[in-house]
Unconditional design. Structure first.
Ligand SMILES: NCc1[nH]cc(CCC(=O)O)c1CC(=O)O
Length: 324
């Protein structure tokens, strides 16, 4: 692929921070001098339907895809060449013609506990108000503390932090990774154990999306981090088998240690009273970046996800149990 390489990005602070990081990484991989980065690898801001819609119902109808639709159209039209997404927000299936070309080294996958007055999750007083929009975080919190009152908390990270600082909630839960990328991780009171708060599939990872024709570009190989890509493949395998969406409480976390890929995956009932968890591992193989290694990781995820699905049955979510 020839220069310029244009990166399509949403305008949110987190999207701009993540796209900016990848802009610098791609420029470095291609040997672009510092003063030419903005022209060789420019950022192109795109407003998505998801950014425009304020109405919660419409957002629920459209789901995650509303935040990516316009960027994917720009990729397919050739107006931009690259898009950077939070992997957690990328649906299981890619649209025709597009693919994930690289997964860079992942940030911390864990959740953070943020509160004005309370130092740690276990110190929350009886009946405390916990703000989150995530069914997974709701269920995992209630599994430990059924007395908590879960309240809907939407908006970007800054908005959520402001509301926590103003005492609208006793505490909120956010991804460590997003807070670090925005430089607001000083607000983290406690990093939650990934066992109790098993992270969302792909949390902390980025997805570099391109046209299928550009999948073998030199920058893609330079950006990809094979251990992160393997872990994400396993987690997304589980997500796919569980039809993970914002309407199911699903966690999946994989890590590579001494050549072995370990995966934990789980589904919970929205009130946290039921929990189906499976752990499994495979030898990661000689070449971590090979198609075979990725396929084996995904298979591990699909298998554990299918086992969980079989044990749990269909957990159709009653809207009355959603945060709010
Ligand atoms: N759904 C919102 C979202 N999507 C990606 C991140 C940042 C975390 C990441 O890199 O996975 C966040 C915010 C959050 O969950 O706190």
């Amino acid at each position: 692929m020839t220069l310029p390489l244009r990166i399509g990005t949403r305008r949110s602070k987190l999207a701009l921070a993540q796209s900016g990081m990848m802009q610098r990484a791609i420029a470095a991989a291609l040997g672009v001098p510092d003063d030419e980065v903005e022209t060789a690898v420019p950022l192109v801001e795109i407003v998505t339907t998801g950014d425009r819609i304020q109405d919660r119902r419409l957002l629920e109808l459209g789901g995650k895809a509303l935040f990516t639709k316009e960027i994917e159209e720009a990729l397919l039209d050739g107006r931009v060449d690259i898009a950077v997404h939070s992997m957690k927000d990328v649906p299981a299936e890619q649209p025709d013609g597009l693919c994930i070309a690289a997964i860079p080294e992942r940030e911390d996958a864990r959740d953070a506990f943020v509160s004005r007055d309370v130092a740690a999750f276990q110190d929350l007083p009886m009946g405390a108000r916990l703000g989150t929009a995530s069914l997974r975080r709701q269920a995992q919190a209630l599994a430990l503390r059924p007395d908590l009152k879960i309240e809907m908390l939407r908006g970007n990270i800054d908005t959520r932090l402001r509301r926590a600082a103003e005492g609208d909630f006793d505490a909120i839960l956010l991804a460590v990774s997003g807070m670090r990328r925005l430089g607001v991780d000083a607000a983290i009171r406690q990093t939650l154990s990934p066992d109790a708060f098993l992270p969302a599939p792909g949390q902390g990872a980025l997805a570099i999306q391109t046209r299928v024709a550009d999948v073998d570009a030199a920058w893609a190989a330079a950006l990809n981090h094979a251990p992160s890509a393997l872990a994400v493949a396993a987690e997304r395998g589980a997500m796919t088998a569980l039809e993970g969406s914002c309407r199911t409480a699903v966690g999946a976390h994989a890590r590579l240690a001494d050549g072995v890929l370990h995966l934990t995956a789980e589904m919970l009932s929205p009130d946290g009273s039921a929990r189906w968890r499976r752990v499994g591992q495979i030898a990661a193989g000689e070449d971590l970046a090979s198609a075979e290694a990725l396929a084996a990781a995904r298979e591990l995820g699909l298998r554990l996800g299918a086992e969980i699905h079989a044990a749990a049955g269909d957990q159709e979510v009653d809207p009355a149990t959603l945060p709010g």
